[in-house]
Every structure is written in C-alpha cells, then in structure tokens.
Design a binder for this molecule. Structure first.
Ligand code: NAG
Ligand code: NAG
Ligand code: NAG
Ligand code: NAG
Ligand code: NAG
Length: 437
C-alpha cells in the first residue's frame, strides 16, 4: 500500500516537474483576453502576446486593422464594419454610425431632434434615451448599445478566427468623459456580444500605456486626440501605478473633416475663377471631396500634390448644357497650412485650459502623446512641439495607440504579464470636460 502510494507520489511529482519544465519549451499560451477600442468612427481589436511581449492589432479578412463603426440593416441581414459602410450610399436611412455619441446618454427631446437633423438615419427619443429607426421590409427601432453590440461581436469573431480559440473576456476603452451610465451601457453591449469586460479604461490612459508610460518614471502626461471631427485633450497624472485624469478639455467641432472642408472650398473657388461656374453636379462634388481628402493625406508626406479632377460643369448654355473639363492644380503643403492656420491654432486652446485647470506649467509636462489620424499633419505636430519646446511621442500609429494600450491592459489582466503594474484609474466624478467649439 505504502509502496503504491509512493509510486503514485513519484508519478505525480514527475508529472508536475514535466509540466514545470515543459512550460519553458512549449509555445506560449494563446491570449485569453482581448483589448477593444470601440471608437466613434473606427474600431480595433488587439491582443498582447506574452511570448514575444508584442501587441498585435488583429486585421479583418483583408488585413485592415480598423473597421468602420457602421452598422447597416437590410431585409435579410445586419452588416457591420466595412460591409455596413459599403451600403451607406445605397441604404442611407438604415445605415447607422456615430452610435457612440448616443450610448448611455440622457437626452431632452429637443436635443435629440437637433442631433437627428445631422444624419440621414432617424434618431428618436424614448424616455430620455436615443433610438434609431430602421425600416427595411419591417420597421423597428434599435438602441445605441445594439449597434455597439454588433461591432463588438464582429471584432470578437475577428479575434477568434485569428487566434483559433474562443474569446470570452475583454478590456475595453471609453472616452475619459464617459460617466458611469455610459460605461455601464458599453459593458452591456459587450455582454450581449458574449464578452465579459474585466476592466474599462480611459482612452487617454490607454494611449499613454501604448508608449509604456505606466512603466517609466513620469508624472504628468498630456494626451492630444485629434480625430475626424473632434479634439480631446487630457492631462494625466501618474502616482505609483495609478493614472489620474486631472483635467479634460476639447472641441467637439474641430477635426480632419474641417481641414478637408477648407481645401474643398478653396478648390471650388479656383474652379469658379477658372471656368466662371462652380461645380454643382452631385458626382462632381463627390469626386472633388475624395480628391481633396486624398490630397490632404498625401500632404503629410509630400511637400505638394497635383489635383487632377475630371468635371462636368453646368454652363447653362443651350447647345452645350454641360461642359467636360479637367481641373488641374498643384496644392502645396504651405497652402494647406495657410488655409487652416486659424483652425490649427485652435488646438492650443484646450491644451492651455487643461494646464490651467491642472495648475501646471507647460514645462512640467513630462510626455506628450498624440492620438488620432489628424495628429499626423506635420503642422499640428510642429505647433505642439513648439508650444512645449519638446517633441511629442509619435512612434505608435496614432490610429492604433488606443487599441495598443488596451491590448497591453488585456495582457496584464490575462496574467501574461505578472510583474507589471496595471493602469488602475481613479474615477473622477467631479471632473467635467470643457468644450471650446
Ligand atoms: C423580410 O424579407 C426577408 C427576406 O426577403 C424575409 O425572410 C422575411 O421574412 C421578411 N420579413 C417580413 C416581416 O416580411
Ligand atoms: C423611463 O426612465 C425612467 C428613468 O430611467 C425609468 O425609471 C422608467 O421606468 C422608464 N419608463 C419606461 C416606460 O420605460
Ligand atoms: C452601473 O452598474 C453598476 C453595477 O452593475 C451599478 O451598481 C450602478 O448603479 C450602475 N450605474 C448607473 C448610473 O447606471
Ligand atoms: C496620393 O498618393 C497615392 C499613393 O502614393 C497616389 O496613388 C495618389 O494619386 C495621390 N493622390 C494625390 C491627390 O496626389
Ligand atoms: C516617448 O516615450 C518614451 C517612453 O516609452 C520615452 O522614453 C521617449 O523619450 C518619449 N519621447 C519621444 C519624443 O519619443
């Protein structure tokens, strides 16, 4: 009996040892927790690989690392991401985007009416909350969290397909200004998608973590997030392993769209000067918009770009009511900066505000983190560098900084990173975001 016991004991010991040594040579375990950036216009999902210590942002079937935050309803199906966006033109009334601007928020009926006028889809008031009207072969309403649920489910599937395992746990980021209700509704959307949210972290905190700022000796971090339509500036203060948001300010009517709009207006004026008539046809304006957007992006890398746009101008003359022309003009970076000089300058207003609210001199800011596609614009970087006499942190793709940080937090929560502090946040109920639009 005793002999049997000791044989059994040795066997168990051998197994344990084999397990212990085996662990050092086996491939590292698959990540169990995913990091989600549920953005207003784009969403991304990432994981932390314990083996290599790298964050991987997971692409869709075409390798795109973000999907549009768009959900389109048809009679037969619900299409999220790029599929949804592709339906936007043909199915505009049932294609919902910007749902994040509505989730968990309490509205007055008049406020929602105003919001609704900005969109092709209908936003309805229901007992303080927003709902979207969908009318395919039947008519119904969906909540903002239902839209988020569709996007989160899509990202869960992308992660599962890529990792080859079932994913049930996640960390998610939200804007620093989100209150408890907005956070709860975001968690609710994730729960619908079959995801347990282990932690909700603020987007600026995530961006700071993407640069490893939770591991280094810094106390004050300024995060500037300049997207397509909004600017958010946050001042973070780190004490030990804890990030506190000390102040927030922004401008919810300033972003990349406005910079494109200035360039579009300039182009229209040039066409008018050259041909005596502005473009009026819908297709022409659409083509102009696209060309201007592409030119804006190119000007980040090139000192100048050539616009070459075929148009049909309505001359109104009888024999030739529409005249085909090709509009050509070289746009320099200098011109783009001139056209937007006053808008770029506005970026510093909330920056100054958070410093004042945080009782901090600009010299006391240890690191500056840039988030959002529009922070790629050279003049924007230059303005911030000049203001602080210091270069901002830009090595992480500004569109993926938030998801990178959330994935790091997911790695910490998943236990892949035993010795690291995690970004505990102190909730700040008293903080309010000042808006300068
Ligand atoms: C709507 O159309 C789909 C596909 O044609 C069909 O399966 C579904 O039953 C229809 N629903 C209603 C309420 O008519
Ligand atoms: C309306 O909202 C209030 C507060 O959120 C809630 O107490 C009430 O039950 C809601 N009424 C209906 C009819 O849903
Ligand atoms: C948010 O959820 C928590 C936990 O479920 C709950 O205790 C709290 O009352 C909720 N807060 C709001 C504002 O909905
Ligand atoms: C921008 O760059 C891309 C790739 O380099 C090029 O295909 C495109 O024509 C450029 N657009 C403009 C407006 O210069
Ligand atoms: C960016 O962040 C890192 C911390 O990870 C820091 O060491 C570096 O100096 C920062 N600044 C710039 C301009 O890259």
């Amino acid at each position: 009996m005793a002999g049997e016991m000791s044989i059994l004991g040795s066997a168990i010991l051998a197994l344990l040892l084999a397990g212990y040594f085996g662990q050092q040579y086996l491939p590292p375990p698959k990540p169990k927790v995913i990091g989600l950036d549920l953005g207003t216009t784009f969403c991304s999902v990432g994981v932390f690989h314990a083996g290599t210590g790298d964050v991987e942002v997971i692409g869709d079937q075409e390798g795109r690392k973000s999907i549009p935050s768009v959900v389109s309803f048809t009679a037969t199906d619900i299409h999220a991401g790029y599929e949804g966006q592709e339906l936007a033109d043909s199915n505009p009334h049932n294609t919902i985007y910007d749902a994040k601007r509505f989730i968990g928020k309490i509205f007055e009926p008049e406020g929602l009416e105003e919001e609704s006028s900005r969109y092709q889809f209908k936003v309805l008031y229901n007992n303080g909350s927003a709902e979207f009207l969908v009318s395919t072969n039947r008519t119904f309403t969906v909540s903002p969290e239902f839209i988020s649920f569709q996007l989160l489910r899509k990202m869960k599937k992308m992660a599962e397909k890529h990792l080859g395992v079932v994913v049930e746990k996640a960390v998610i980021s939200v804007p620093a200004e989100f209150d408890e209700r907005q956070r709860n509704y975001t968690i609710k959307a994730a729960r619908l998608a079959g995801l347990e949210i282990l932690r909700v972290i603020n987007e600026p905190t995530a961006a700071a973590m993407a640069y490893g700022l939770h591991k280094v000796d810094v106390s004050n971090v300024l995060v500037v997030d300049l997207g397509g339509g909004t600017l958010d500036v946050s001042l973070l203060n780190k004490q030990g392993g804890m990030f506190l948001t000390r102040a927030m300010a922004g401008n919810n009517k300033l972003g990349g769209q406005d910079f494109s709009q200035r360039l579009l207006r300039h182009t229209m004026e040039r066409i008018q000067q050259e041909h005596g008539t502005p473009p009026t046809r819908k297709e022409d304006i659409h083509r102009l918009r696209q060309a201007v957007e592409a030119a804006k992006l190119n000007l980040t890398f090139e000192p100048s770009v050539m616009l070459r746009i075929p148009l049909h101008l309505e001359t109104g003359e009888d024999p030739e009511p529409s005249k085909p022309v090709v509009f050509e003009e070289r746009i320099t970076r200098e011109l783009f900066e001139e056209l937007n000089a006053d808008l770029f300058q506005k970026i510093l207003v909330p920056v100054e505000r958070v410093l004042a609210e945080g009782h901090l001199d600009k010299e006391e800011v240890d690191e500056i983190v840039l988030v959002g596609g529009s922070t790629r614009i050279p003049r924007v970087r230059q303005l911030i560098s000049e203001y602080f006499s210091k270069d901002p942190n830009t090595s992480v793709d500004p569109d993926l900084a938030v998801v990178t940080g959330v994935a790091i937090q997911a790695g910490i929560m998943g236990g892949s990173w035993p010795l690291q502090v995690s970004a505990i946040e102190v909730p700040n109920k008293h903080l309010r975001k000042t808006n300068f639009s």
